[in-house]
Design a protein around this ligand. Structure first.
Ligand code: ZN
Length: 680
């Protein structure tokens, strides 16, 4: 599973929490170009140079193995995608006419969207892109370039190619959606993805796969995950994606690079993981895939890890077929060190927390964060990506062997840094001093808040005997998130963090206090449609804390809302007293949780966390819209270069971050494109 929930949550908080500005000292640029509804970002491969040569080499081959799968996904997303991409790319690179014309500019934008979505449908909404250039322009442009560079089938003329492919691009009635989910329609016949041959109905697919399930099988393989279903001689057959089957040319390249990675694996366990994956790519046997998944989920000790294969099923309207993805990563050492320090002191935090001693744990262990650094993103994780991953997807393997659940620290960081300088803080933060505070300490304190929340907050406190975990019912998750957030907020201002070397100064916490309240009182509302209530648990929790603190400090003017030029702003007048309010609310929330006080939970949430002031809401949405922040973001990969000695052995791997988006895409289309344009 991609942790989209986490993704959205962090995106919500990013809006306000990272409202900082300024460039990092080393001139690394987190933001890159914008087009359509997309903002391209870059991520930094933190501490890569500190890895051993063995680890760097392992990552190098794993990333090569990841990049070779790109065209599989293009073809899975639509039978014409590879040809359309090649036609567009050839015009993009070779067209001799005006590059300033409206048509050429529209073609450029369309191509950038096709690259981004790995096909002609929007990556998120799945609707087909509307080209802003004319059929006539594209036909003439294709005729003007070297025909040997075009994806012509045997004896085909350029006109015939256009006749065949243009309806797919230009006719809105053909494949309007990649994945159609409309209830009552034949989801297979009406979807543009390429997991099923033409003329196959939803009922046939369902019957085909239902008949595979054996009654009483408690460990079923994921039937249909790694094949295309087609009709041959009147019968439905699976064409497996293996080294010798469909997509064989790409899978062979993937396997070759996995083989090169094996000598550099960090342990015998990791070697076994890679070997099993190769077995599966060769056999296509889903039992091999399960065996691989079990080895993979058990392999947690090594620093480097990876995913490579047919994994997620969101691209198939019936959720059977796995889209190809590739990913290499390693443990985030800085965060791990930070959360280990917190974990070691977990008991101290528990003992000193402002809650009633009846609700405290006598023995408290923190957990270490599972944060990783992405080294390469590929297939269905590129350029648009998740920031958390939880695998494997097989239910019985999850039950018997557990799963790996990780958040990707350097991508979260990139999202945060990208919010720098987007105009957000100038628009919403009340004055220059506060902006400077947030600029200086916002990121570090935001990270600390997350660590405290995850590593200590959720684990703190205990239930009274006889109180059931779900006694707060629908209000349970909001109360639980509030508890973890308040624990974090309370301790963020504690000298203990300075003592442990976790905060730079005793005042740094103020940046997080400010952005937290700003988000909870105001800015998170821009994600809600006019007229709607706050529904999502994390958003409710932030509203609850911010509004409760505002109202309970109102007599002392602790948090102040004021108007300037008809705009609403927020100022914190007394940070010390705000901390006292957090302590008070934490004690009450812990009491509610520990005693299972449903009535009080309901009362708190309904009073503070649900309703939206329509006048303020409208104002905030208008102010936010003026900032023109792209709703979707994706990443340009770093470039890895293997430095070899004269015997061909890798002696170092260098990373650079300067490749342009179009260059990267064109390079991938040249260097990592082993598939034919038509895969049948
Ligand atoms: Zn939480």
């Amino acid at each position: 599973m991609k942790l989209n929930k986490i993704f959205h949550t962090i995106m919500f908080s990013t809006l306000a929490i990272s409202a900082t500005a300024g460039t990092p000292a080393d001139n690394f640029k987190y933001t890159d170009e914008k087009f359509a509804d997309i903002q391209m970002l870059r991520y930094k491969v933190q501490d890569f140079e500190k890895l051993s040569l063995q680890q760097k080499t392992l990552i190098y081959y794993l990333s090569e193995a990841a990049l070779y799968g790109r065209d599989i996904l293009f073809d899975q997303n639509g039978a014409y995608n590879l040809r359309i991409r090649k036609m567009l790319e050839t015009v993009y690179t070779d067209y001799q006419g005006s590059r300033d014309s409206k048509d050429f500019k529209a073609l450029t934008e369309y191509l950038k969207c096709v690259w981004f979505s790995n096909g002609i449908h929007h990556h998120y909404g799945s609707e087909k892109f509307k080209p802003g250039f004319s059929e006539e322009f594209f036909r003439n442009a294709l005729k003007s370039v070297d025909r040997r560079k075009l994806p012509l089938s045997n004896g085909q003329t350029v006109d015939k190619l256009c006749d065949e492919v243009f309806p797919v691009i230009f006719d809105p009635a053909i494949f309007p959606m990649r994945v159609n989910q409309k209830d009552g329609e034949d989801l297979i016949k009406t979807s543009g993805e390429n997991y099923y041959g033409t003329g196959i109905s939803q009922a046939e697919v369902e019957q085909f796969y239902n008949s595979m399930h054996k009654a009483g099988d408690e460990r079923p393989v994921m039937y249909g995950l790694n094949s295309k279903l087609v009709r041959e001689n009147g019968k439905l057959v699976e064409k497996k994606w293996t080294t010798t089957g469909l997509y064989g040319a790409a899978i062979t390249k993937i396997v070759a690079n996995l083989q090169k990675a094996i000598p550099f694996a960090e342990s015998e366990e990791q070697k076994a993981v890679i070997n099993k994956l190769i077995d599966y790519y060769v056999s296509g046997n889903l039992k091999d895939f399960d065996d691989y998944s079990i080895l993979w989920v058990k392999n947690t000790a090594d620093l480097v890890d990876f995913t490579n294969g047919f994994i997620e099923v969101y691209g198939d309207p019936l959720g059977i077929k796995g889209s190809w993805e590739g990913f290499a990563n390693y443990k985030d050492m800085a965060t791990t060190a930070r959360t280990e320090k917190m974990s070691q002191n977990a008991q101290w935090f528990e003992d000193h927390s402002p809650v009633d001693s009846r609700f405290k744990k006598s023995e408290c262990k923190g957990i270490s964060a599972k944060v990783i650094t992405a080294a390469i993103l590929a297939g269905d994780l590129y350029p648009s990506t998740a920031i958390g991953i939880n695998l494997p997807n097989s239910n019985w393997i999850r039950k018997e062997y557990g799963s790996k659940s990780v958040t990707i620290g350097n991508l979260t960081d990139a999202y945060n840094k990208a919010a720098h300088g987007n105009g957000f803080d100038e628009e919403f933060i009340c004055d220059a001093n506060t902006r400077a505070l947030v600029r200086q300490y916002g990121d570090i304190c935001n990270d600390l808040h997350t660590d405290l929340h995850e590593c200590l907050g959720h684990g703190s406190g205990k239930m009274l005997p006889g109180v059931s975990d779900d006694s707060l019912r629908a209000y349970g998750s909001t109360i639980e998130e509030a508890r973890a957030d308040l624990f974090a907020l309370y301790y963020l201002a504690d000298n203990k963090l300075v003592e442990l070397g976790l905060t730079p100064t005793a005042d740094a916490y103020k940046s997080e206090y400010y952005t937290y309240i700003l988000n909870g009182l105001m800015t998170q509302l821009v994600r809600i449609k006019p007229g709607n209530n706050i529904e999502e648990a994390h958003m409710r929790n932030r509203a609850l804390i911010a509004r409760w603190a505002y109202l309970h400090g109102k007599d002392r003017n602790i948090i102040e809302l004021f108007k300037k030029n008809k705009k609403t702003y927020m100022r914190i007048n007394d940070y010390g007293q705000l901390r006292t309010l957090f302590a008070e609310l934490l004690a009450e929330i812990q009491r509610i949780k520990s005693t299972g006080d449903y009535e009080s939970a309901r009362n708190l949430v309904e009073t503070y966390a649900v309703k939206v002031d329509p006048v303020l809401h409208k104002e905030l949405i208008q102010r936010y819209a003026k900032l023109n922040i792209s709703p979707y973001k994706g990443f340009i990969n770093p470039v890895y270069t293997a430095i070899k000695d004269n015997k061909g052995n890798i002696k170092d791997v260098k990373v650079t971050y300067t490749e342009a988006y179009d260059h990267q895409m064109l390079r991938y289309s040249t260097d990592y494109a082993p598939l034919p344009y038509i895969n049948e």
